[in-house]
Design a binder for this molecule. Structure first.
Ligand code: FAD
Length: 476
């Protein structure tokens, strides 16, 4: 029996990375169906597999979003457990005829959702997934040969003229299904691994759909004009800062796309560059959909024999922002304190780890995954492989960022470094001191200590990386 024959049965709306009311295809469809609904959040293995900071940020997003959903008449239930079993129990308790969700293209979520869809359908329950995480379905954007794009520029050319449906209005009412018993948000313990870092990161995070819309408006009110020229300057607030909202679906990419397209139409300088960046995100998700190993394996198999170093004392110093290379350390401190990092700083810090320290990109990827409140599995994987040289459309390996000259160029007054480094900085601002309040006490770091000595000289690190690369080339 299909659910269409029993339309009054409630729909379970399974919430994941889609925590907004506007431009939400699943919620809009639920509202117009007129059927009773119950929203559910399941803390399952996929969720507990997120890093500490993303899990904390997800908890904050839920804290903001769930009451807004309840205010529309939609009961919300939180549970912990394996997703399929938990959903089956909820279906039985609610007498539900359907489970709906917004697609999440994270490979772990795709594997889970495919199995759940099959199992629910086999049990006669409607299982329906909706778009909203990205702009274009990955299976529809194909090269002339019919395969996925592997290079960004042709991808951009292929998608820039494609239609993107106008954003849907915010849902204003839902028909209540039965209230079910669940656990309290605090009992899910989503923030527990942040320990004392939570209070520090909370100062810098901005949570929820209203904050996302405010950031969107503020960006298109000014910074977009200078985006192309200023976005690389480390100390400036020249970018949109929308990534932490995109990661949890507090804003949809289509809402951003349309705002960018309007700005472009109105002649805003920088709007096209901005749209291209948004399409880098899209490209990353398309790559991850077609190559689900993007976050775990070298995209170019000929990198498998490269002698990356594994875990080491140097990698630990990198994580702690103690490499002695000021701009790298500032970047790592920014990450730990705010849960975010400037894009150029991500490239500099990643290049230093993979090239000057010859360390496996997956070690860096994991640390970003642990610390980023805007953690996005696709952008993170693509970013790391791009910098390391092993990825699609990657920077050639021999192009090694020199942190000192990057700092000179993109932090000419040293403002970024002063903002994040307390050692050797007599008038360290609160931002720099926050690091010492956030890190585990076992790290035994002190703001007044002298700046750490460099792990390796930049010239030596560069020469060593080039020699390793040359050896790899000749062994091919
Ligand atoms: P803006 O400059 O305002 O750009 C607007 C949006 O475009 C961003 O919010 C983001 O969604 C997208 N975007 C911009 N640059 C990129 C890019 N290079 N790749 C993919 N999408 C982009 N971004 C994440 O959202 N999560 C991550 O986990 C992540 N990890 C990264 C790891 C490395 C090693 C590198 C080099 C980059 C990574 N990025 C990641 C991409 C980029 O650094 C961030 O998206 C950007 O810094 C977010 O700031 P913003 O929102 O102000 O960006």
């Amino acid at each position: 029996m299909t659910s269409d024959l029993r339309p009054e049965k409630p729909i379970l709306l399974w919430l994941r990375r889609d925590l907004r009311l506007s431009d939400h295809p699943m919620l809009s469809a639920a509202a117009s169906s007129g059927r009773p609904v119950v929203a559910v959040f399941v803390c399952d293995a996929v969720v507990s597999g997120y890093g500490a900071a993303p899990r904390w940020r997800l908890g904050e997003a839920l804290r903001d979003f769930l009451p807004r959903l309840e205010a529309l008449g939609c009961p919300v239930v939180l549970r912990r457990g394996p997703a399929l079993e938990t959903l089956k129990a909820l279906i039985a308790e609610a007498g539900a005829g359907a489970v709906w969700w917004s697609r999440d293209l994270d490979p772990a979520a795709v594997a889970r959702d495919s199995a759940i869809k099959a199992a629910l359908k086999a049990g006669g329950v409607e299982a329906r997934s909706f778009p909203g995480q990205i702009l274009f379905p990955p299976w529809e954007v194909k090269t002339g040969q019919g395969g996925p794009y592997r290079v960004y520029t042709p991808f951009w050319k292929a998608v820039r003229g494609l239609p993107v449906a106008p954003p849907l209005a915010a849902v204003s009412q839902l028909r209540s299904g039965p209230a079910l018993r669940g656990v309290a948000l605090a009992d899910l313990g989503l923030g527990q691994d942040m320990r004392r870092g939570a209070a520090v990161v909370a100062k810098y995070a901005r949570i929820g759909e209203a904050a996302a819309q405010a950031r969107l408006a503020a960006f298109f009110d000014g910074p977009v004009t200078h985006y192309k020229e200023r976005r690389d300057f480390l100390a400036e607030a020249a970018t949109s800062e929308l990534s932490e909202h995109l990661a949890w679906g507090e804003i949809s990419p289509a809402q951003i796309w349309h705002a960018g397209a309007r700005a472009l139409h109105d002649g805003a300088a920088g709007a096209e560059t901005f749209l291209k960046e948004l399409v880098w995100r899209e490209f990353a998700w398309h790559l991850m959909f077609h190559f689900p190993d993007l976050g775990t394996k070298n995209w170019r198999a000929d990198w498998d024999s490269f002698p990356w170093a594994g875990e080491s004392a140097a990698a630990e110093r990198w994580r702690r922002g103690m490499t002695g290379e000021p701009v790298v350390d500032a970047a790592m401190r920014e990450l730990y304190v705010t849960g975010r990092m400037h894009n150029r700083a991500r490239m500099i810090a990643a290049s230093y780890l993979t090239k000057h320290l010859l360390t496996d990109w997956r070690i860096g990827l994991k640390w970003f995954e642990e610390c980023l409140i805007d953690h996005d599995p696709a952008a993170n994987a693509m970013g790391w492989q791009w910098v390391a040289g092993s990825g699609p459309d990657a920077a050639p390996y021999f192009r090694i960022f020199n942190p000192a000259s990057q700092a000179e160029k993109f932090d000419p007054e040293g403002a970024y470094r002063r903002r994040w480094l307390a050692e050797g900085n007599r008038h360290a601002p609160e931002t720099a001191r926050d690091f010492f309040g956030a890190v585990p006490q076992s790290w035994a770091l002190l703001p007044g200590a002298p700046a750490p000595p460099p792990l390796i000289s930049l010239a030596e690190g560069r020469a060593r990386a080039l020699a390793a690369y040359a050896a790899r080339e000749s062994a091919k």
